[in-house]
Design a protein around this ligand. Structure first.
Ligand code: ATP
Ligand code: MG
Length: 571
């Protein structure tokens, strides 16, 4: 493979549109180019990384007994109507019509299509357990595509689906996938953590996310220093406070708070702490208004709130909807006199006198006592876990980290088989619903996540397993013996099963070194006149280490051995 014929448009400057290092480096190394927001072309070197990731994923899925198929990226609306998700999926689902005026969508996921397949093909208990997977392009019209391929609109996912006769065997399928995922991320050489995730309507610890630990991750992870509790903050429970809740100490009193609508402004104006204020947020749960209250220094956990309301869709109410449903402007919502369900975080019962909005411009109420004044409010765990909270499992100290979600394993139960009527006949000839699980891996996101974890000031540092090429052959001249030797080494490496990139450009050595480092190529063979005079070539590692002079005759074998020991792939 020759550099000059591969299209590797490296860049010196950091592109201004890229916020995170992986996005910057993927552009600079010539791996990807943007076509439209969240939609990218994978250039030859980027694609090689993607293919290597894909190969490890495929290999571990096959080893775990899953079988590969390939489903369409365009799906008819009727299936989505059957599952109810045509209504509920929201605007991430890109919909369109064909020439016959039939509705279609671009696949954001494949539960409907796979369930449709198995309802026709799985007949009896003898056809299970079955696990089918694909590695396929998904489209989600993300509200905020960003960070390059990390949160794209078009991206590559591995999605697997398991089919079992009952919950017990389904749990076994789940455990098999869980173990296969660990094998995948171990082989990829990533630092990751497995956390409990929200499992929506199903409940229980039936959903885990695999998180690559990185500062730029969009997910917050709470984990305990004393036990093995680790959860996505979306789901991490907050333990109820111990002890006696205080009695009321004041009457509810209206006060003027001109111009103060944020928690900070109200706190400063009334000279109270943010913790003495209760924020009231108005949401639309499947279109119906609900109010959620948390302390001023806390965040509403929308996943917990959504689960509590049982709604399929939960969105913050627009300013207009707030005026319409509360009678007051944004920033002054409060719980008294509202004609909607009110959910109050359990912690609010431990405040003797709270400040809340009065549903009236420039006005708040003081002295509110949740249990006295809002007996109809549902008190529950509604907020995000925060620093200082005890571990919900052992009472230990929890700490927070950020992660990039690269995989998700999930038990679906009979949600889709019930909706689409996917049944099998048991040993007694009785029709029963198929019990399902689904398992996703963000194949293209992994490329970005690996770069977030592996880089330095010179560029990307890839593990051997997923580097675009294993070794760069860098001739210090493109003529004479130096060039002929480099060419020969390159050819011999390919014959030995090592993918090598021959930098055939007539450029200064410094440029070749820089580009090789930028792309994250783990090994270098440098062919120069001086070395050749002694029958030697220079060998270097991307990630530190001394320069070694290798006898020419041993160079290929040396690289081949290192590549094999380091789990390099040959594509
Ligand atoms: P997120 O919370 O990041 O939006 P999700 O819960 O929507 O993820 P799943 O539906 O579980 O994701 O999809 C399986 C995997 O696909 C995720 O674990 C993630 O690695 C990947 N993925 C999801 N959305 C995107 C995206 N917009 N761009 C790239 N990869 C994605
Ligand atoms: Mg998503």
């Amino acid at each position: 493979m020759r550099f000059s014929q591969t299209l590797i448009p490296t860049m010196k400057e950091t592109p201004s549109e890229a916020e995170v290092i992986s996005h910057q480096l993927m552009l600079r190394a010539g791996f990807i180019r943007k076509l439209a927001a969240g939609i990218y072309t994978w250039l030859p070197m980027g694609l090689r990384v993607l293919r290597k990731v894909e190969r490890i994923v495929r290999n571990e899925m096959d080893r775990a007994g899953a079988r590969e198929l390939l489903m369409p990226g365009v799906q008819p609306a009727d299936l989505w109507q059957e599952s109810g998700r045509w209504e509920h999926y929201g605007r991430e689902l890109l919909r369109f019509k064909d020439r016959h005026d039939h509705d279609f969508c671009l696949a954001p996921t494949h539960e409907e299509v796979i369930t449709d397949l198995v309802r026709h093909e799985i007949r009896s208990y003898r056809d299970m357990p079955l696990n089918l997977y694909q590695i396929q392009t998904k489209f989600r019209d993300e509200i905020r595509p960003r960070f390059g391929v990390m949160r794209a609109r078009e991206f590559l996912m591995k999605d697997a689906y398991s089919f079992d006769v009952d919950e017990e065997t389904s749990a076994t399928s789940y455990r098999t996938m869980y173990a296969a995922y660990k094998a995948v991320f171990d082989r990829l050489g990533l630092r990751y953590s497995v956390v409990e995730a929200d499992s929506g309507a199903i409940g229980g610890s039936f959903s885990h996310e695999f998180m690559v630990l990185a500062e730029t991750g969009e997910d917050d992870i709470a984990s305990c220093g004393s036990c093995d509790f680790a959860a996505n903050v979306e789901k991490a429970p907050v333990a109820p406070r111990q002890g006696q809740a205080p009695a009321p100490v004041a009457q509810v009193t209206e006060v003027a708070t001109p111009g103060a609508h944020t928690v900070e402004q109200v706190a400063a104006f009334l000279k109270v702490a943010p913790a003495d204020i209760a924020k009231t947020m108005i949401y639309l749960a499947d279109g119906q208004p609900v109010a959620a209250m948390v302390r001023g220094d806390r965040e509403v956990n929308e996943v917990k709130l959504k689960n509590m309301t049982g709604a399929a869709e939960l969105v913050l109410a627009s300013p207009a909807a707030i005026v319409e449903t509360t009678g007051g402007p944004v920033g002054f919502s409060g719980p008294l006199g509202l004609n909607m369900p009110v959910y109050a975080d359990q912690e609010l019962a431990f405040s003797a006198a709270l400040v809340v909005g009065a549903n009236k411009k420039d006005t708040h109420l003081t002295g509110l006592h949740i249990t006295r004044d809002l007996p109809q409010a549902r008190q529950a765990d509604l907020r995000n876990a925060a620093l200082g909270d005890p571990c919900p499992r052992c009472g230990g100290e929890i700490s927070f980290a950020r992660g990039i979600e690269v995989g998700h394993v999930f038990r679906l139960g009979t949600k889709y088989s019930d909706a689409l009527g996917a049944t099998y006949l048991d040993a007694e000839g009785q029709a029963k619903p198929i019990v399902m699980g689904c398992y996703g891996i963000g194949v293209s996101r992994i490329v970005a996540a690996a770069i977030e974890q592996g880089h330095d000031e010179n560029g990307i540092i890839f593990p051997l397993a997923i580097a675009p090429v294993t070794v760069a052959v860098l001739p210090m001249a493109v003529d004479g013996e130096v060039w002929e030797t480099a060419k020969r080494l390159h050819d011999e490496l390919w014959e030995a099963g090592v993918d090598a990139l021959l930098d055939d450009r007539d450029l200064r050595p410094g440029v070749k070194f820089k580009d090789s480092d930028l792309m994250g190529t783990p090994l270098k063979l440098v062919v120069g006149k001086k070395g050749l005079a002694e029958g030697k070539v220079e060998f270097k590692l991307r990630n530190g280490g001394q320069v070694e002079m290798l006898p020419l005759a041993e160079a290929v074998e040396h690289v081949r051995r290192l590549a094999r020991e380091g789990g390099a792939q040959f594509i």
